[in-house]
Structure formats: C-alpha cells, structure tokens
Design a binder for this molecule. Structure first.
Ligand code: ADP
Ligand code: MG
Length: 457
C-alpha cells in the first residue's frame, strides 16, 4: 500500500470516530508526507492545525495508522501549505471516500441497547448469550440457580474475577432472567460507585431514609464491582443495613468484585463475613476452546462476516486474558479489513493484531517507565518524583497499573519505585485505571499500544 492509500484508509477510519465538522476542520488538506523508519510524517496546512493534531489527535492517528500498517511506530507532524490545485484534488478524493458501506458497517459494530432506567439492565446481556466453559462454569451454574430460586439458593451470590471476564454480563443476565420469569419482580442493578453517588446525594438532600426505603422494596439487588466501597465507611455502614434487611426478607443479593472478599482491603469485617456467607464463585480467563466459541458467538450476534477457523484460531491465541479485549481484537480485524476493502487473510490478521500479542514476552519496571514517559512525552524523573500535575499523575497511574498487571509487582514494591509512595496510593492508582478501562474504550486501546511498545523494546 503506498502512502497516499494508507492515509486515505486512515482518514476513512478517523472520520468514523469524529463529528463531521471536527473531521473537516482538522483533517482537510492533510496528507502523508513520508514514511521512514517506522515514523509517519503527516503534513498539515498550518501551525495551528499541526499543533491541534499533535495535542488532540496524535493518539487516534497513530492508533489508526498502526491498525492498517503495523510497522508504524510513531507519528510526527510537519507543516506544508497546500496549493490550490492540491486542495481541489484532496477534496475530490475525500468525496469518493465515505461510502455508505462504512456507515452500515459502523452500525454493525455499535453496541446494541441502552440500559432500562428503572432496573439499569441492558437486555443484550442474557444467560443464553453467555458462553460457558470450564473457566466460568461454576459462576454460570450459580447464576442459573439463583435466577430460578431467588433468595433461597445462594444468598448472597458473590462472583469475582479479573477485568473483562464476564462478571457484568453474568450479573446483568441474572437480572434479565428474573424479570423474564416474573415481570413483577423488583430488580435493580447498580455499580458500587452509583450506589455511593446516590447515597451521597441522599445525605446532601436529607433523604437518606427514603433512599433506604427504596432499597428495602427490592427483590433482587445486584451490585457490580463492590470492591470500590472498600475504605468508604459510611457507604459500608448503609450497605450493611440494606443488606441485612433484604437478606432477612429472603430477597436476593448478587455481588461482583475483582477479587474474593478476603482480599478486599479495608472492607469491614461484618460485611466480609456477610459476603462470605452465601456462595462464592470465581471466573478465570477462558481456555482456548471457549475463546473460539465466544468469537463465533459474537460474529453471529453482531452479524459480522464469517472468518475462517484458521483466523478465529489465531485471534483466540493472540488474546488470552480478557474477553473484552478478545472482542476488541475481533472488531479491529473486521473493521480494518472492511475499511481497506480487502478480504481478511491470516497474514493480514497477524499484522493487525501484532500489537495485542503480548503473552510470551518479558519486561521490567524500567522499560514500563521508559515507554510510558515516551508515550506521554514527559520526563521519566517527573513520573517518579512528586509532581501532582494531572498530565503527570495519570501516566504515573498507568505505569503503576502496568507494573501490577504485567509484572505482578507488589503494591509496596511499586510504591518504592515511585519515590517511596505509600502502597495505598498504588492500590488506588491500579483500581482507578482498571475501573476506567471498563468504561473507556479509548483507554483500552491506549494501553494496548503502550503494551505493544513495552514488549517491542
Ligand atoms: P467484567 O465485568 O468482568 O469486566 P464484562 O461482563 O463487561 O466483564 O465482559 C466483557 C465483554 O465480554 C462483554 O461484552 C461480555 O458480553 C463479553 N463476555 C464475557 N464473558 C463472556 C462469555 N462467557 N460469553 C460471551 N460473552 C462474554
Ligand atoms: Mg464489569
């Protein structure tokens, strides 16, 4: 693919993720000036646009170019005023791009359904669409059992496991199943942050009693990511009372967390023993067969075009630890091939996924710090020292998260590496990033690029 084709494909993809005015303002009259040693030089018509692209769209551009041509490691911007003749040419070219195909395609990939206002349940998460394998068999069996025998089978049901392994899916599916069986059931799904936020509001508005009354009417209360109430005394206290009330009346409670109750720091003892009093089931990363089955299910569900078994097998072996990333990889393959208008071949898929395959490599704290500081263009010593500027704090948290996830370093060890910070600061950072990754797809991509670089270097 020559550089013009590359840039046109990139533009077609970028256009999908920006509003039209934004896209036109910032990307009109841009081109790919050259590509050398893995650096793509994007030519821009003015200093203003150059700076804006550098600031706001650097990552998007890098990510997109890399998705199409994985030898690109960096993007730099240059200024090159465009002549009138060129202007008319690029505008014309642009009109040819933006075919209807892309819009249709985008629709295919978009998440379906919005959560119900009353219950916060999204109907797309069902027990039927949850693929069962040895990694989630117990959790699934418990979920099925709880939705059949509310308040009697296992109370509470506590499901724990790493990010992107299907906890939210399963919790939501229980809620949907219970409503399907009996629409009169009062079901409420909440994240623990939402619970916390509502509680704070009710305290501010002096409506705590009403808040509690509301909860006591619920037949099935689902609280996702309960680990975030750790350390929040008032929230724990109110939750304890609500819990007891529901429990005493045989109403069902379902909870999830990224770790078992005993590993949640600063969780009050009385809550811990409540959480341990019902059924605890873990979800671990899926085995190969389950990953392939999940990919097949997602293709059917999203009506994507079929991929050969060979390609599915390759994707399933490239992404092993996180089902959300597995889905992301599938989307990336389908998307890249459609945008470039080519049929997916194994080689193409390999190159598209080159940046996500990080399973067999090794790294070190030093490399992580180096790559992150380069990626965010800040000094290594700023990352390590005391700066509290947001543009430093966030990358620092990412470093901590990566050291925890990739190297399994202990919290105190990580704190030590960052100028002797307290382990609770590190814990907070890791929680914050993994929480953010559950709602922010850009961050998932960002981190996957960073990981790519970490294992390349
Ligand atoms: P978690 O809450 O554990 O971080 P999610 O429930 O949000 O993970 O799952 C991430 C994505 O993976 C969701 O799109 C979900 O539908 C999908 N997923 C996870 N596990 C399964 C499974 N066993 N079968 C089908 N899809 C799954
Ligand atoms: Mg979740």
């Amino acid at each position: 693919m020559d550089k013009d084709e590359l840039w046109q494909s990139a533009l077609a993809e970028i256009e999908l993720s920006l509003s039209k005015p934004n896209f036109v303002t910032w990307f009109r009259n841009t081109s790919l000036a050259s590509k050398k040693d893995g650096v793509a030089f994007v030519s821009t018509p003015s200093t203003f646009i150059k700076e804006w692209l550098e600031d706001k769209y650097n990552l998007l551009i890098l990510k997109t170019l890399r998705g199409i041509s994985n030898d690109i490691k960096d993007v730099k911007f240059v200024i090159k005023p465009i002549t009138a003749a060129e202007e008319s040419r690029t505008t014309k070219k642009k009109e040819v791009l933006s075919p209807i195909l892309l819009t249709d395609h985008q629709l295919n990939l978009s998440e379906s359904g919005t959560p119900d206002k009353e219950t916060n349940l999204n109907s797309k998460y069902t027990l039927d669409s949850f693929i069962v394998g040895s990694s989630n068999q117990l959790a699934n069996a418990a979920a099925v059992s709880v939705s059949k025998n509310m308040g009697t089978a296992y109370n509470p049901l506590f499901i724990y496991g790493g990010v992107g392994l299907g906890k939210t899916h399963l919790l939501q599916a229980i809620g949907n199943e219970v409503i399907k069986t009996n629409p009169k059931n009062k079901v409420r799904y909440m994240s623990s942050e939402k619970f916390l936020g509502d509680l704070i509001n009710s305290i501010r508005n002096r409506t705590v009693e009403k808040f509690k009354e509301e909860y006591k009417k619920i037949n099935l209360l689902i609280v996702d990511d309960i680990q975030f109430i750790a350390g929040k005394e008032k929230t724990q206290e109110e939750f304890f009372h609500i819990f007891n009330e529901l429990y005493a009346n045989n109403n069902q409670i379902v909870l999830s967390s990224d770790r078992p109750p005993k590993a949640i720091p600063t969780l009050e003892e009385r809550l811990r023993s409540r959480f341990e009093g019902g059924m605890i089931a873990d979800i671990t990363p899926p085995d190969y067969e389950t990953r392939v089955a999940i990919l097949k299910a997602k293709i059917t569900e999203k009506k994507l075009s079929e991929l050969s078994d060979e390609i599915l097998g390759f994707i399933a072996s490239a992404v092993t630890k996180n089902i959300r990333e597995l889905e992301g990889a599938l989307n990336r393959v389908v998307m890249s091939c459609q945008v470039a208008n080519i049929a997916p071949t194994l080689d193409k898929v390999k190159s598209i996924l080159a940046t996500t395959n990080t399973t067999n490599n090794k790294t070190s704290p030093k490399t992580i710090i180096k790559v992150v500081s380069e990626f965010y263009d800040i000094k290594e010593e700023d990352l390590i020292n005391q700066s509290r500027k947001r543009e430093i704090v966030f990358p620092r948290q990412i470093c901590m998260y990566l050291m925890r996830e990739e190297l399994k370093n202990s919290y105190p060890f990580i704190g030590e590496k960052f100028g002797g910070r307290d382990h609770t600061t590190v814990m907070h950072a890791c929680n914050k990033i993994s929480k953010e990754m559950q709602i922010n797809e850009n961050l998932i991509d960002e981190i996957s690029i960073i990981k790519g670089r970490i294992y390349e270097s």
